[in-house]
Design a protein around this ligand. Structure first.
Ligand code: PGA
Length: 249
């Protein structure tokens, strides 16, 4: 039985003061949650949040990493650097990285490999754009994004990774995929992995992301192949994030 997992993606939000207040509330109520919990924070707050979550059930994550180990890559951050802050997770290939910063499937696959090589758990984000969904291309796009990484690292690597299905049209828009729409894609992702290794597929946590709120979390998370959520906007509001975590049982 897969454990449910809820990860917050703070995106480019926060301040020392806001982070401390948010983590105080989360820590106070996270002890009796049934699911795994993580917060993926902006780089400058890694040290602060590392200290704040120490000894709690909340794991630390980052939102991006370089595909390179070190070198002349001004402005970039390596997996090993993230490891020094006791990061457990790192988002890889979030749609904002793919669309705004032009990360190709190949670059995403390299980043995934770099995360694994440093012992971080990559959270691979996949998902189609609105025109792709409307054009009936959802399965094709998601399976292409998955295949690029599977071919680069091999299926066994997914025993130490998480996948997040995030339809781009649902991110930050208030438009959520229906539980049935999301379940269809999650099932297809699991089947793609199962075709290579059934054991890895059955243990793989596949999160749903895209306008998850306390009101819709329970129904989404009760689908057979939805193992939790990657939460953007609602992760910045302690009560909302906690309510979403409570829906993950
Ligand atoms: P949202 O973002 O919950 O605000 O839609 C999700 C994400 O981008 O990970």
């Amino acid at each position: 039985m897969r454990k449910k997992f809820v990860a917050g993606n703070w995106k480019m939000h926060g301040s020392f003061q806001k982070n401390a207040a948010l983590l105080d509330s989360l820590k106070a109520q996270s002890e009796n949650l049934a699911c795994e919990v993580a917060v993926c924070v902006p780089y400058p707050y890694l040290a602060q949040v590392q200290a704040l979550v120490e000894g709690s059930r909340i794991a630390l994550g980052a939102q991006n990493l370089s595909e390179h180990a070190s070198g002349a890559f001004t402005g970039e951050v390596s997996a090993a650097m993230l490891g020094e802050f006791a990061c457990r997770y790192v988002l890889v290939g979030h749609s904002e990285r793919r669309t705004i910063y032009g990360e190709s499937d190949a670059v995403v696959a390299e980043k995934f490999a770099a995360a694994l090589a440093s012992g971080l758990v990559p959270v691979l984000c996949v998902g189609e754009k609105l025109d792709e969904r409307e054009g009936g291309l959802t399965d094709q796009v998601v399976s292409r994004q998955m295949a690029a990484v599977l071919e680069r690292v091999g299926v066994a690597a997914f025993a130490k990774a998480v996948v997040a299905y995030e339809p781009v049209w649902a991110i930050g828009t208030g438009m959520t995929a229906s539980p049935a729409q999301a379940q269809d894609v999650h099932m297809a992702i699991r089947a793609q992995v199962a075709a290579l290794d059934a054991g890895v597929a059955s243990g793989l946590q596949i999160l749903y992301g895209g306008s998850v709120k306390p009101q819709n979390a329970k129904e989404l998370f009760s689908q057979a192949d939805i193992d939790g959520g990657l939460i953007g906007g609602a992760a910045l509001v302690a009560d909302d994030f906690l309510a979403i975590c409570q829906a993950a049982v």
